[in-house]
Design a protein around this ligand. Structure first.
Ligand SMILES: Cc1cc2nc3c(=O)[nH]c(=O)nc-3n(C[C@H](O)[C@H](O)[C@H](O)COP(=O)(O)OP(=O)(O)OC[C@H]3O[C@@H](n4cnc5c(N)ncnc54)[C@H](O)[C@@H]3O)c2cc1C
Length: 453
């Protein structure tokens, strides 16, 4: 590790050690120009993009170990891209993406279909869908249309058959816990266009934690600190405290187990904790742009439910690609990432992770209905699988704070503060692809503030 001189450098504080916060911190730290610290309220880094070991099974905290657009999406550009091209070049720390064995699969009425590319999916459906696909791809949707009254499903029904839409909708359910009729048409069109032009999904070597470990190693190399079990409770103007008066911000940090906050000065803040969290900690001394508070208050976070199964090595389905379960009321699909990264389960075992959206607030009954769905749709599950755990993700903590298509701003109008992460996914980019799509501009903005400070 090389020594980094921090004295006199502008200070950047990153709030939250999710993948958005850590990658922003890494971009800032790699410049060598700033003193960078990350504060995380949990006792581990990675937020919803890491895992915990359970008897050799790498159980996710959220993400099902998938990089949606593989090596051709914004996440690969950011994590693995060369520094000369704005990437972090984390291959230096062993970060590697492994391809899934199929672009996508479908299990329908007991029959399994697998496709090696997006074109391989089309023969599963009536010809009308292949003929109309160019019209979907040519539709202008690079930006949200604004004031949209039509949802994605209604728009798609003009061009495609129900079985094709159900297949795509199962993917949406699996990937982002939303159905097409819950999103504006321009968002759905752009998601499909991005998926079409991108790669098959990949799986990080070592799972999500492999990426987080790479980010942590890079931060350490560049002199940045990651403080776990430290929650940011208040953001005040620098002059609020004697010790921070030379800084733009005075930040209250509460260490786990302590009552009172300590005060920390910062020249810029990257916030990875979501808009509601930022707004509740921000003092009234800062003027938030008109309409933002209302937009945030009116934005409902989405939820999901995921089962994790231990599978034996005799299972008849041996692919790591996302398998859609169309036509089910709840579950969208499953993945068995161990067919690409065997290290995610003990030797001779496999791990299957499912995902379903939550149409009803009674999470308990949704869990049992989802379980019924799974045993009914997957003919081999009862003979080869054993349920390890079920996770629920609902309300605001700590991910899916803003549903895809909500288009909340990264800039709430306060100079020196930018949001990154799930709350500000780029238009039409799913999951960590959406996070990565927005990190570079947030980092550029706070860097400008610090350079002018
Ligand atoms: C079930 C499920 C499956 C998913 N599968 C995939 C997948 O396979 N592939 C994929 O790409 N994406 C997937 N996603 C989405 C992906 O997990 C998220 O998009 C991503 O992990 C969110 O990252 P983030 O940067 O927004 O931060 P988060 O993971 O939300 O982390 C934010 C962090 O900030 C901390 N924090 C918040 N407020 C404060 C504060 N005041 N002080 C200190 N710390 C604070 C939180 O504790 C948390 O650790 C999935 C999501 C879910 C729920």
């Amino acid at each position: 590790m090389h020594e980094v001189e921090l004295v006199g450098k502008s200070k950047a504080v990153v709030i939250g050690a999710g993948v958005g916060g850590l990658s922003s911190a890494a971009q800032l730290a790699q410049t060598g120009k700033y003193d960078v610290s990350v504060y995380e309220r949990m006792s581990f880094a990675g937020g919803r993009f890491t895992q915990h070991d359970h008897d050799g099974f790498q159980i996710p905290t959220g993400a099902v170990h998938m990089i949606p657009h593989g090596c051709k999406g914004p996440f690969a550009d950011l994590l693995l891209g060369k520094r000369s091209k704005g990437g972090l070049d984390l291959g230096r720390h062993g970060v590697e993406f492994l391809p899934t064995t199929k672009f996508a699969c479908q299990l329908k009425d007991g029959s399994l279909y697998g496709a090696d590319s997006v074109y391989g999916i089309l023969p599963w459906f009536p010809m009308k869908n292949a003929l109309n696909l160019p019209r979907l791809l040519a539709k202008r949707a690079k930006r949200p249309w604004g004031n949209e009254t039509e949802d994605g499903r209604t728009w798609l029904k003009r061009l495609f058959t129900d079985d094709f839409i159900d297949f795509l909708d199962a993917f949406s359910n699996f990937a982002i816990s939303l159905r097409f009729d819950q999103m504006p048409a321009s968002t759905v069109i752009r998601i499909l266009q991005n998926s079409f032009w991108s790669d098959r999904p990949y799986i990080p070597k070592g799972g999500c934690k492999g990426v987080i470990d790479g980010l942590k190693a890079d931060l350490k190399q560049h002199g940045a600190r990651v403080k776990l079990s430290h929650e940011i409770t208040e953001i005040l103007p620098g002059e609020a405290e004697e010790s921070t008066k030379e800084k733009r911000f005075c930040i209250g940090v509460r260490r786990r187990g302590r009552e009172n906050p300590t005060w920390l000065g910062a020249d810029a803040i990257v916030h990875n904790g979501g808009h509601p969290n930022l707004l509740s900690s921000l003092s009234d001394d800062f003027e938030v742009a008109e309409g933002v508070r209302e937009q945030v208050a009116n934005t409902q976070a989405v939820g999901g439910i995921g089962f994790v199964f231990d599978l034996d090595d005799e299972i008849p389905h041996r692919d790591s690609g996302v398998t859609m379960l169309p036509n089910l009321d709840r579950v969208g699909g499953y993945v068995i990432p161990t067919f690409s990264e065997p290290g995610l389960a003990p030797e001779g075992r496999h791990m299957m992770i499912t995902h379903q959206y939550v149409p009803d607030p009674s999470v308990k009954s949704e869990i049992s209905k989802g379980r019924d769905d799974l045993y009914e749709a997957i003919p081999w599950l009862s003979d080869h699988g054993e349920e390890l755990c079920v996770h629920t993700y609902h309300r605001n903590w700590p991910c899916n704070r803003a549903p895809q298509g909500a288009e909340l701003p990264a800039d709430i109008g306060v100079e020196g503060i930018r949001l990154v992460g799930d709350g500000v996914k780029g238009h039409g980019w799913m999951m960590v692809e959406g996070i990565a799509a927005n990190v570079p501009s947030a980092v550029r903005d706070v860097s400008r503030t610090m350079d002018g400070a």
